[in-house]
Design a protein around this ligand. Sequence first.
Ligand SMILES: [Zn+2]
Length: 409
Amino acid sequence: MGRLYFRLSLMREPAVLQANSAAFYGLALESHIIELYANAVATFLTQLRKPYFVDPVFYKFSAPIFSELSEKRWVDSLSPHYGIETLLFQFPEGFEVANLEAVPDLAKIVSSVLEYQRRRVPSLNAGALSLASLTGQVTAAAGPPEFLVVPYLLVSERASIRSNLRLAREGARVKQKGERLYAVLALSRDYFGSESDLEYITREYAKVDLDGYLIWITDFKDWEEDSEVLKVFAGFVRRLSAESKGREVINLFGGYFSAVLAARGLLGGSAQGVGIAEFRDPLVTGGGFAKRYYVPISHRFVSVDLADDLRDASPSVFSCSCPECGTAPRPGSMSVQALAQHFVSVRTQEFQLAAGTSAAAIADQLSRDRTTLSRIKVPGIASLTSAHSRRLEVWEKSLRDLVQAGLVA
Ligand SMILES: [Zn+2]
């Protein structure tokens, strides 16, 4: 069985995660979030006592992403840790792959980024602990992350793959005894159509002394992709692992389907957002906070207005037994916090259920749920329930094909 991680992005999320902490494995932290909310993150980790890893988000300093970021308060604090002030001074709009390649002491930057991951949270923790002891709270110091992550760029062409490989090799060279090191493969979904690129990536990365991979298919939403794409995704995961003699692969931005693949052990883990965004588009920053409700039977988010309509159309099909829904008459009356709490409860339940069931049985359940949804013919929501029904059918068929192909069981 793989592991379920949640990603911390906003400071209203700790309470939501704390309440469900027994039901998931660990935390995915991003370095710019650590810098933005240093004290709050440190305090949270001492209380949560969960394994974590740090995504160094090195790509955020590259062009064109850096110039398009609306939120940069973390830059002044993070760049000295990474030793990239000179690079940023030279390329204030963000560096290109070639600029990075020309840096004389790239090894030193890689080393600094890894050192940041080793030390940052434990050192912040020391401060949080002394504060907590003053107020009599019982806390424990968080240690280093469970694995280190090589700095990476988004892959746009072969040159950026080669650059990422170089960063990975530098990382492997300075990895310390007993440490595990993971590389991020941040690829566009377009690469699924390029057999030669996928072959190159799996082969070349397997040669580097790494312990696992984090994959981020930048425009991949597992609740929208057709069956072929889902299967290529699963096949790529299997290939990466097989080619490297069993290294684990964690999906960095997963939805329901990834949670199932992790629960069934094809993925070593799936990292989930806390209901704000389950996928990541590198060129979009910020984002609104339209209130959305996660519909358990559909494994999809809808606006709270539509969620109310669904609940009215069939209270039994669209009910939820989580503590938040138990006390709220309708999704529209729930706070953003309660909606996130509901999502985290449901996602952890989905994961645990999938972990204790065969993939074939999950497909059977999806099939029953799709029939249930397709029978709801209430005007105004029929097109929605029928779209959700079709989505369950895509997941069901994909899972059955993956079982057939021997990728999941
Ligand atoms: Zn609920």
